[in-house]
Write a protein that binds this ligand. Structure first.
Ligand code: SF4
Length: 239
């Protein structure tokens, strides 16, 4: 019973192991080659992924949520689409490095469409790849493929964003309207409570938002406090 449970929990790994065994039985040379290739990619991933996780954590700390929402969120419009193409096209590293980065962007409010554009351009229109393509296959080939690929990404990202809903992703919907404090991140420095005591107060070692009337919010003061919070724990979006 326990063994069956373990198999169910690791179904994907079991299927891969069975595929290797089948390959060894049918064609031992192909089986050996597959193991060698898999070993190569696992080594490459072990080398690259720690760097990616550190970079993602740093970007997560440095880029405030409201900036991501403004530039890559649902309401970012053409600006968001353009920036997503730029981010995906200038990024370095293999496509699997893009996934933790996109998860972080999504958590901070990037729209599903823009995430798809980043992933797609990361995979097929990276700038260094375009230069190599032009060198080997000619500039005309590269230019036509680039234009048509961009058009395809625009169309398919739009369609995908209509089909994929927020709840389909394994992250909380970032578009929680209103004023919130990320209590896990708050380090209790009291900056917000001192700078805007009508809105924030300290309870124990954490800041909390007092009851407030949206009409009376001093947005300028609020934005200043959001920018001053050293750990970007204060989140605000229009209701
Ligand atoms: S400024 Fe940020 S870290 Fe400091 S108390 Fe307020 S929410 Fe917490």
């Amino acid at each position: 019973m326990t063994a069956l449970k373990k198999v169910k929990e690791n179904l994907f790994l079991v299927i891969v192991a069975l595929a290797y065994i089948a390959m060894f039985i049918i064609n031992p040379v192909m089986g050996t080659e597959s193991i060698k290739n898999s070993g190569y990619y696992i080594k490459e991933m072990l080398f690259i992924m720690p760097v990616i996780f550190v970079l993602t954590a740093l970007l997560d700390m440095w880029i405030p949520k409201e900036k991501i929402m403004r530039y890559l969120g649902k309401d970012a419009g053409f600006k968001g689409v353009f920036l997503s193409f730029v981010v995906g096209s200038v990024s370095a590293g293999p496509i699997y490095a893009a996934f933790p980065m996109c998860l972080m962007l999504r958590k901070k409010g990037a729209s599903i469409r823009n995430i798809i554009i980043i992933l797609s351009s990361w995979a097929v229109i990276k700038v260094p790849m375009l230069l190599n393509e032009a060198k080997f296959l000619g500039p005309k080939f590269m230019a036509i493929r680039w234009v048509l690929t961009v058009l395809a990404i625009l169309i398919f990202s739009w369609i995908s964003a209509k089909i994929i809903k927020d709840e389909d992703l394994p992250v909380e919907s970032p578009a929680k309207a209103g004023l919130h404090i990320n209590r896990d991140a708050c380090m209790g420095c009291t900056i917000c409570a001192k700078a805007y005591p009508e809105l924030f107060e300290m309870q124990g070692k954490k800041s909390v938002v007092k009851a407030y009337d949206k009409q009376n919010l001093n947005l300028e003061n609020l934005q200043r406090v959001i920018g001053d919070c050293p750990v970007h724990a204060i989140e605000y979006s229009e209701e």
